[in-house]
Design a protein around this ligand. Structure first.
Ligand code: FAD
Ligand code: NAP
Length: 320
């Protein structure tokens, strides 16, 4: 049965930005509802060790997110397992429809929908997704014990995934389209010293090759971006780690975005182009995209929302 629920503040997303916003908003007595989405805990649930969360020399990503969820609940946030399928911020109260059939109305909303893995866009990649092609080493690495694996990308994610996959694989080939990595230096050092990892510079994947029955990957055809020459690399798994795109589809038509879909906020705030709509975390950030910066923006969004709601109330009282 469909129900409608009203809350002063709706938080969409359960990554570091959403949970931090929830902690602050709850402590401001706003009684927020937080909708978790398809990936409760966000991107950090797809990794293992996190070594740059202040206060923890090393913490497992999924553990950190369970703790953040617990923290938000303990402060009084109502956490709902649902996915927002549409959001109308053109009139107040704002209306969000959930996949569960619930409609949420709210006086202010914090968007913290983060980012999602990008894919290469090859038909052969699509064909073998879930059958050897993956974007999550922590989820799928275990299936490739003793096998040869290919990782594509040159950022922190690709380097982390390649290092993690050495726990299972006999060999990991890191294919990168340039000869310089974007990843942090400490990660680059670990990668380049690892005996199981072989970088293949200046290459991109032209095609994933495999069998139909059973469906599975056998190799990739890698193209030298300088000469066009093709090299076939045998492998059972292909991990695509070429970055993330902002999950802004709920609001892309109504809010100002920039740099390929990142929601634009007023500098130094989390205010978007519509009053009462705030955005935090990777959804707004094409530069830093870290757990700690997302959490920081979640805090800012809750404080901005609190001030917005307080001003609304003052205006209402004055009108009465
Ligand atoms: P996300 O973590 O992306 O969370 C987005 C949330 O929004 C999810 O809960 C999702 O379910 C929800 N959502 C999306 N759409 C909807 C919808 N329609 N309805 C409801 N909910 C929705 N950063 C570090 O600082 N240190 C690290 O070691 C580190 N390691 C990483 C390893 C990997 C493999 C990856 C992919 C990223 C890593 N990062 C790391 C980056 C870090 O994870 C992100 O910067 C951070 O998670 C962004 O937080 P966020 O809250 O903005 O969004
Ligand atoms: P990223 O930093 O944007 O790097 C993406 C990589 O993929 C780049 O090397 C890029 O190549 C390559 N690439 C992009 N499109 C490609 C394509 N079509 N074909 C082939 N290669 C392609 O993304 P990320 O590594 O996912 O990191 C995202 C954010 O999360 C970053 O801010 C990162 O710091 C953060 N993160 C942090 C940690 C950590 O702190 N330990 C771990 C993971 C992620 P070019 O270099 O040539 O552009």
């Amino acid at each position: 049965m469909s129900t409608t629920r009203h809350t002063r503040l709706l938080i969409i997303g359960s990554g570091p930005a959403g949970y931090t916003a929830a902690v602050y908003a709850s402590r401001a007595m706003l009684s927020p509802i937080l909708v978790q989405g398809i990936e409760p805990g966000g991107q950090l649930t797809t990794t293992t060790e996190v070594e740059n969360w202040p206060g923890d020399t090393e913490v497992q990503g999924p553990d950190l997110m369970v703790r953040m969820e617990g923290h938000a609940r303990a402060m009084g946030t109502e956490i709902v397992s649902d996915i927002i399928t549409s959001l109308d911020v053109t009139q107040r109260p704002f209306t969000a429809k959930g996949d569960s059939g619930t409609t949420y109305t709210c006086d202010a909303v914090i968007l913290a929908t983060g980012a999602r893995a990008k894919w290469l866009g090859l038909p052969s990649e699509d064909k073998f997704k879930g059958f050897g092609v993956s974007a999550c080493a922590t989820c799928d690495g275990f299936f490739y014990r003793g096998a040869e694996i290919v990782v594509v990308g040159g950022g922190n994610t690709a380097v982390e995934e390649a290092l993690f996959l050495t726990n299972f694989a006999s060999k990991v080939t890191l294919i990168h389209r340039r000869d310089t990595l974007r990843a942090e230096k400490i990660m680059q050092d670990r990668l380049l010293k690892h005996p199981k990892i072989v970088p293949l510079w200046h290459h991109e994947i032209a095609e994933v090759i495999g069998t139909e029955n059973p469906q599975g990957v056998e190799a990739v055809r890698a193209r030298d971006v300088r000469s066009g020459a093709i090299t076939e690399i045998p492998c059972k798994g292909v991990f695509v780690a070429i970055g993330h795109a902002p999950a802004s589809e709920l609001v892309a038509d109504v809010l100002e975005t920039h740099h390929g879909g990142y929601v634009k906020v007023e500098p130094g705030t989390t205010r978007t182009s519509i009053p009462g709509v705030f955005a935090a975390g990777d959804l707004t950030d094409h530069v830093y995209r870290q757990a700690v910066t997302s959490a920081g923006m979640g805090c800012m969004a809750a404080l901005d929302a609190e001030r917005f709601l307080a001003a609304q109330e003052v205006n209402l009282q004055a009108a009465e």
